[in-house]
Design a protein. Sequence first.
Length: 236
Amino acid sequence: MIDPAAPVSVVVSCEHGGNRIPSAYQPLFQGHEALLVSHRGYDPGALLMAKAIARQFGAPLFAATTSRLLIDLNRSAGHPQLFSEITQDLPPAAKQQILARYYRPYRERVETAIADAIQQGQRVLHVSSHSFTPQLHGEVRKADIGLLYDPSSEWEQLLCRRWQQSLRQELPGLTIRRNYPYTGTADGFTAYLRRRYASGWYAGIELEVNQKYFLNDRGKWRSLRRMIVETLSKIF
């Protein structure tokens, strides 16, 4: 039985925190330097945001700095976009090496932390830190902050409604949207984890912040980061 009064443990992750390519795979990426520094290579600002949230709550932080172009840690095993166009044609043995060294250990560490907290009688709020490009395929994204969640989870829905309301009060000039620019139920690490744990014990929220602030105005981005952390502290 889920105890609604059980303490909440925060776990923070960042699957796309950097664009590093391990030396063994660097020859594959020669000529793709521009792609690596783009939003395809990593999520600009997401790692610093994750660190700020983890610091605020004294929470464990799990962060990857290997580029998603090697392997996307936010995709399920077997997903067609797990490997990028640069690595998708590697031999099966090479792919298995990447899975064994970079993919499985990261995801297992996060999952172990969540399982341990639940086993100790704590509910888990997992914040997965991401950022999104201001424009994709010619379409301008109409949001500053996105909160992705599963609408069928009452706890996730409650947390995101509260967070959105608090952010709108503190940042009235910005657009705060839920399940935008992606849906919270699309394939991703939080979606996978929801299938592993009961919704009352686990809540997985993907935080998406428009990259225009980190890339174009670090002062505004730092203020935005501070307000995101502060408002999150008030929702549970």
